[in-house]
Design a protein around this ligand. Structure first.
Ligand code: SF4
Ligand code: SF4
Length: 755
């Protein structure tokens, strides 16, 4: 924590720097001199280099850091960046009262990727109870203006959150609503600094007013579905959670004062004059030397560094004795429980009594056997399909985070994070699009999906697509591929002259694109005149909902077979009608497979026509929710293709979760449907697809469709031979043995029915 300025433009009466026991600020320079900034930066860099730290967190603090002005801050940021980034990633933060925040400063924050936390105590009455100017005037409007600036899409990446100091005289509901109204990415609730010598205000007879006040806020937060991260509540549930106020994690904060002194955590200033001092400074002492100071070392000891009462407390792993400063009592020093001990105990009870709703089943909570046995019936139930779709979405989210880490670009990520809280359905709809995962995989490893061309950052297009769906104003630079910007689930804009990147601004009813020599507004209202170059996605109504006819997304080209370019309207209409009819045929023939299509198939990609092979279909492991088919006109044939490929897609999703094949054996197995010996996974895919197809033909044979019995017998024999070969190959894991064994059982049932 770097104290770049030691004075403040507000005069808050709860301020621990100016109003509590420590008064060392009076002897410090007003602002940190450049030579001190340089020495501090070198000390931090030295420590990062010697310990091989991957990342260093530096918080610019005060007093009020914005009193440095944009030019002064730029000098500090440049010094930190040039000294530290050769050795470690620099995570820059700032804590400010926001009064002086303006657009120029916001641009500087974005340029340096600096995240800003703003101190704000809630509604006007709550905020102005303490947070006022020296003349007593309100700071509320100033701070709200600052928060509005940070919320703007172009600055949003720099909005870290709100720090709110609790006062139990405020109305917790109004405070909660005021905080949420500012759409912060995170809220930090701070108990007012107090010690056993200077206990906290406890108006009225209630012995635990802080627990009651926070408990009420916690209840609202849980009932609302936890719409924002509130670190205090998360920490008390899990223990620690990245805050020094709770838990047993070692303290990892050191303060560099404006005169270059090394100090312990700032909050100690509330205990007694000079409490945070170490006697060290950045000119003569390294971080390692400061870390050996007894006051710092004792806070590395976990439970052993606590008083006897805390050590025997049943919730010590979560409370951790509370904030170090709050333990102070003249005579026994810090060897006490927190002065908030009774409140903390009660608050932890409250948090435990109102847990968040039980999450949807996940692979970790649903027994493997149950999932595999269900899918081994040949189709799978609605709940298993929902589980597969949910886990595929988790994988996409993990890839998204990996792409963000890789690119370092944060504007699109932060917009997605904001939308994920403000409009989660819009984000979910975009991320569930089958070709988002191929785009992310291609970005992370351009050799993984050959033929997709140059990899571009997919995050901006995803964030804009979600913002358009949510109707949230936003603006981002979006990479252009082959004169095209594709917004997944919405469509593609093809405009020559767009350049390599275009600025896309989401506006009511559509969006505007500016790139190269081109400016174009796209209106999404189907009744509006068509926008030049805009090729919207097209849906087909099927029994399971809407099926996307995906012939525009560039990442659909992941099937290892040529895909069709955008279909003309009559061809698209004809294919849509065939698909809708085929879907109904599946429901007619094998309702369980129809329900499985309803449960997850969301898009069909037309493959390029090939007269030599008119009947082709494909599935891609990374594109769950889609299958590719040649636009065959016969719904009965198309129905078989859909069932066959959807079996592959489901099994691919299962293989993302569970190992069914022992890895690295190099086994090849002969199967009746291919001339070349196949690896075990290929055989497993084959038998699972053929089981579904067998069930379709069995059903048709039962209503005496011509040739159905012969087809049924043919696929049944293939499937049975494949299953037997797999079981004999000894290539399956225990879970795989069970799954294939259950498939064999399903086959027997099919055979019995066919007799
Ligand atoms: S804004 Fe912060 S530093 Fe300034 S007086 Fe208020 S609490 Fe103290
Ligand atoms: S402060 Fe109180 S609640 Fe917290 S660990 Fe110590 S005894 Fe337990």
């Amino acid at each position: 924590m770097l104290k770049v300025h030691s004075r403040c433009d507000l005069s808050c009466d709860h301020c621990y720097i100016y109003q509590h026991a420590d008064q060392t600020w009076r002897g410090r320079p007003t602002r940190m001199p450049p030579a001190t900034v340089q020495a501090a930066a070198r000390r931090i860099a030295e420590h990062a280099r010697e310990h091989g730290l991957p990342v260093v967190h530096v918080v610019l603090h005060g007093g009020e850091p914005l009193l440095l002005g944009a030019a002064g801050l730029r000098e500090v940021l440049a010094e930190l960046r040039s000294a530290i980034t050769p050795w470690a990633r620099l995570d820059l933060r700032m804590q400010t009262n926001g009064v002086l925040l303006d657009e120029e400063l916001c641009r500087l924050f974005v340029e340096y990727d600096l995240r800003v936390g703003v101190s704000f105590d809630g509604d006007r009455a709550a905020n102005d109870r303490h947070r006022v100017f020296a003349h007593g005037g309100s700071s509320h409007d100033h701070v709200r203006r600052a928060l509005a600036l940070l919320r703007r899409p172009e600055h949003r990446t720099s909005y870290a959150g709100i720090l709110c100091t609790v006062d139990v005289r405020n109305d917790p509901d109004r405070v909660y609503e005021a905080l949420l109204a500012e759409s912060p990415p995170r809220v930090d609730l701070l108990l007012p600094h107090a010690t056993w010598d200077q206990p906290p205000e406890r108006p009225g007879p209630d012995p635990t007013p802080y627990a009651d006040w926070l408990g009420r806020l916690h209840r609202r937060w849980v009932d609302d579905g936890r719409p924002v991260s509130i670190r205090m509540f998360e920490a008390l549930r899990q223990g620690g959670g990245g805050t020094e106020a709770f838990g047993l994690a070692p303290a990892d904060v050191l303060v560099i004062e404006a005169d270059g002194s090394w100090e312990q955590v700032d909050s100690l200033k509330t205990a007694y004059h000079g409490a945070a001092g170490t006697g060290f400074d950045v000119f003569d002492h390294s971080v390692d030397e400061v870390a050996r100071h007894p006051g710092v070392a004792v806070r590395q000891d976990g439970v052993d560094g606590l008083c006897l009462t805390c050590r025997s407390c049943p919730v010590v792993d979560r409370c951790g004795g509370g904030l170090y400063a709050h333990r102070w009592r003249t005579g026994s020093g810090f060897d006490n429980p927190s002065v908030y001990c009774a409140d903390l105990l009660r608050l932890i009870d409250t948090v435990d009594a109102h847990p968040p709703p039980t999450p949807a089943p996940s692979p970790a909570t649903l027994p493997v056997d149950e999932v595999l046995d269900d899918l081994a019936t040949g189709h799978g139930s609605a709940s298993t399909l929902a589980l597969l779709a949910a886990t595929q979405l988790s994988i996409t989210r993990a890839l998204l985070a990996a792409c963000r880490d890789r690119s370092g670009a944060t504007a699109a990520w932060d917009l997605l994070v904001h939308l994920d809280q403000a409009a989660p359905e819009a984000v979910r709809a975009v991320l569930a699009h089958p070709f988002v995962r191929p785009a992310l995989v291609h970005r992370l490893d351009s050799s993984a999906l050959p033929g997709l061309g140059a990899a571009v950052d997919p995050l901006p297009a995803l964030a804009i697509a979600a913002a358009v769906r949510a109707g949230v104003p936003a603006a981002l630079h979006v990479p252009v591929r082959a004169e095209t910007i594709t917004l997944p689930t919405l469509g593609s804009l093809v405009l020559p002259g767009l350049g390599e990147s275009a600025e896309v601004t989401v506006r009511p009813g559509g969006f505007q694109v500016r790139g190269g020599s081109v400016e174009q507004t796209v209106l999404l209202d189907p009744l509006a005149p068509p926008s030049t170059g805009w090729l919207p996605t097209r849906d087909v109504s099927v029994p399971g909902g809407l099926l996307l006819l995906e012939d525009g997304d560039p990442y659909r080209d992941c099937y290892g077979q040529p895909v069709a370019s955008r279909l003309e309207v009559p061809a698209a209409w004809a294919l849509g009608r065939t698909l809708a009819d085929a879907w109904r045929v599946v429901h007619r023939d094998v309702p369980a497979h129809g329900a499985a299509l309803d449960g997850g198939l969301r898009a069909v990609v037309p493959l390029a026509p090939d007269p030599a092979r008119p009947l082709r279909s494909a599935t891609a492991r990374h594109a769950f929710g889609a299958v590719a088919v040649t636009p065959h006109p016969d719904p009965e044939t198309m129905a078989v293709l859909l069932v066959h490929e959807w079996q592959h897609a489901k099994l691919g999703a299962v293989l993302d979760l569970y190992d069914l094949i022992e890895p690295g054996q190099g086994i090849r197995i002969r199967v009746p449907w291919r001339p070349d010996p196949r690896p075990p996974e290929g055989v497993l895919q084959g038998v699972y697809a053929h089981l579904g197809v067998t069930q379709v033909w069995q059903s048709r044979a039962a209503i005496d469709q011509p040739d159905a019995s012969a087809h049924a017998a043919h696929f049944l024999a293939w499937t049975r031979d494949g299953v037997d070969a797999l079981l004999a190959s000894r290539s399956l894991t225990a879970a795989g043995e069970r799954f294939v064994g259950q498939l064999r059982h399903a086959l027997e049932e099919t055979r019995v029915r066919s007799r």
